[in-house]
Design a protein around this ligand. Sequence first.
Ligand code: FES
Ligand code: FES
Length: 180
Amino acid sequence: MTSLFEEVPTSVDADVPTTRVELKLNGETRAAQIEPRLLLAHLIRNGFQLTGTHTGCDTTNCGACTVLFDGQPVKSCTMFAVQANGHEVTTVEGMATASELHPVQEGFKDEHGLQCGFCTPGMMLSAKALLDENPNPTEDEVRWALSGNLCRCTGYQNIVKAVLWAAEKMRQDGSAGDEA
Ligand code: FES
Ligand code: FES
């Protein structure tokens, strides 16, 4: 009878070469010794235990794994972790301060921009990248910026409203275009 599962050793094969990566993750310098084939999403979630970065498809379709890479949104399931060496990565855990939500997070809360929440971290990081570059986006610009992020629950209406709410808040606070 054919088995569906094969036991694999739990330890890394001694012959597999590993490499050191050092990156700035949410403002902190972090380092790891990794196999070169490791994906950035897996380093973030399994290595650094930042599970706010979700993986929905592992094939660059859903955007749940979106993080900011030197300020630009990227799908972390599509990058090798070694590519992050020497770069800055921001995950959803890096958006709020100890006492305050990021305006984008507040917008999602106020405008009910989520239901199950699975797509939400990726949506919020794509939205943050947009507002850092364009403090006064039109609805179409918001929709375009979020077009790589799929949501299976909300119908998108409230997500767009949440981002426009955040844009307005950031303009009022004077934090528009401030990448901190
Ligand atoms: S998990 Fe990366 S795009 Fe879906
Ligand atoms: S809130 Fe459920 S997938 Fe977007």
